[in-house]
Design a protein. Sequence first.
Length: 490
Amino acid sequence: MAATNSRSGWIFALLLGSCTTATPPPDATPTMTRAELVDPARCQACHPDQFHDWSASMHAYATDDPVFRAMCERGQRETGGKLGTFCLKCHAPQAVADGLLVDAATDIDKLPQAYRGVTCFFCHSVDAIADTHNNGLHQATDLVLRGPLADPMATTAHASAYSDLLDRDQLPSSTLCGSCHDVVTPLGAQLERGFQEWHGSVFNQSPGGNTCGQCHMPQRPQLSAVAAVAGAPLRRVHSHLTPAIDTALDNPANKALQVQAVQDELDKSLQSAVCVQKLGAGARLSVILDNVAAGHGFPSGSALDRRVWLEIVARKAGQIVYQSGTVADNAVVDTGADPDLWLLRDCVYDANGAPVHMFWQVASAVGNALPVQLTFNPGDPRFYQSHIRAEFPSNGTQLSVMPDEVAVRVRLQPIGREVLDDLVLSGDLTPTLRDAMPTWQVGATLTWTPATATHTFTQDGLAMSCRTDTNLNPQADSVPAVRMPGCKPK
Ligand code: HEC
Ligand code: HEC
Ligand code: HEC
Ligand code: HEC
Ligand code: HEC
């Protein structure tokens, strides 16, 4: 079977597993044992670039992540151990696969370093996708390392083989990432939907789309060896850092490496526009946000923990005449005191419809993330469904004066402070870690003044003046934002 990139080929690959063209070269009998192959440290000498990036990634940190540990321990306690290896199946997959986590609560501390995190061997030995969520990845037992190279150089270290599941230029590779990046909770709620969102998006096509790896594992511009051995051919090294939102809270060295990479990712994610509509002596404000770069919603994944919100401050002659979303870095964003707050998040509920914070309690979820692009064709009405517009004030009233400056910025807390407080209160999280959690600004601050407006036009007979620093067209159709103040019981 050839590499599959058509839609039908994709489904075929999903059901039947993927194709591998094994190439155990006759002159190079692999010598690494299974115990050696599962240990990322054993890859470092020959694959220093991949090892360097991976070591600083959230994949390497997935088992040790103190927030993960805190939630996991509390989950075991509160479910009387029923959670079992549910969390660890994705956060320590090789350890679960090798049966090292029989008692998830206690065995995790004893876990050898080789088994911590989403490891090299775990990804590179996958040969089939049995399920699209909750880590339905199937590992081969032949000790052949699968990868993107159709013509791997022979090595005495390990056997190599090509697989379209590990070739970021092939759509099936998204199903490998996706199987862990789609979580269905024990109570049946579809909580993290990154893969599902990507699957229904314009990015799920080839050519013309993007796989997870094409966005999250960028290749080096220059050619270099992917194995530090004599005679290795020159190829493209792909980054294994996969930065997005989370950082290594209690590992300052890795956190420092991640911070710039996360900021770069965030800064390309959104386009925005701010508009001021003159109404008599007063005004109404509106802001449009468009998720242009994420191949899924924004936020996505752990949207129940993410807090993404808009800060808007309007001034006249230097005096603040209106504001919403002005929140101190370390404060709870949604206190219920700001009726106009535009907060993007998931509200999650238990089986009785009561709002909850913790994963394992979740029976249903409602979210208002910025949606993913469904088409690249501006002639298609769906093109503008990713333009989300929020009005300020939100209740149809207006500002009594016309401002002469309106500044907006998008901010992000990876995990809401109320969720962290909840973990501190239950004794599962050290308070210093709550304060180690960064607060991000997503992109630059956008400031409208009459002089810096980029678009002035008449809408419904009223004068509208907007500023954007991007290609976003403030006159085009847009979809009204859904506000979710608090998470009201259902
Ligand atoms: C003694 C050196 C050596 C060690 C140790 C080593 N590799 Fe390799 N590996 C190679 C060479 C050589 C290649 C082929 C490079 C090429 O063709 O450009 C390779 C290729 C690969 C490929 C690509 C396979 C393909 O067909 O796409 C993967 C994946 C890989 N190695 C993973 C690992 C992992 C994981 C470890 C640690 C368990 C590891 N390697 C340890 C030398 C090594
Ligand atoms: C989350 C899954 C995942 C983990 C964990 C992972 N890799 Fe990879 N790796 C990939 C994917 C996907 C590619 C293919 C990139 C492409 O299409 O070229 C890749 C590519 C490679 C290659 C081919 C050269 C390159 O840079 O593209 C090597 C060698 C490799 N990985 C080694 C490693 C080693 C060593 C580790 C651990 C230190 C590791 N990988 C951890 C998914 C993973
Ligand atoms: C075995 C399950 C598994 C597989 C396979 C997997 N991931 Fe992950 N990934 C995780 C876990 C678990 C985390 C979160 C670790 C943490 O924050 O504690 C994560 C984190 C990430 C993050 C960082 C998220 C953030 O908010 O900072 C990115 C980006 C990512 N993965 C991309 C990928 C890509 C791309 C692939 C496929 C090449 C992939 N993952 C394959 C389990 C997996
Ligand atoms: C078109 C490029 C693109 C594609 C395709 C893409 N992503 Fe992303 N992803 C982004 C951007 C941009 C962000 C937001 C920037 C950031 O989080 O720093 C992001 C964020 C994320 C996050 C963090 C989200 C959150 O809010 O917690 C995860 C996890 C992730 N991506 C995984 C994936 C997986 C898995 C796939 C494939 C199913 C995928 N991505 C496909 C560009 C992409
Ligand atoms: C199906 C695989 C999977 C399962 C099961 C899973 N996780 Fe995760 N987890 C992930 C992935 C993937 C990410 C990264 C998502 C993102 O960045 O958006 C993640 C991120 C996290 C994070 C860091 C980001 C955040 O704020 O949420 C924590 C903490 C976490 N998981 C805790 C848990 C706990 C506790 C459980 C069990 C109740 C669990 N996870 C079960 C895959 C999984």
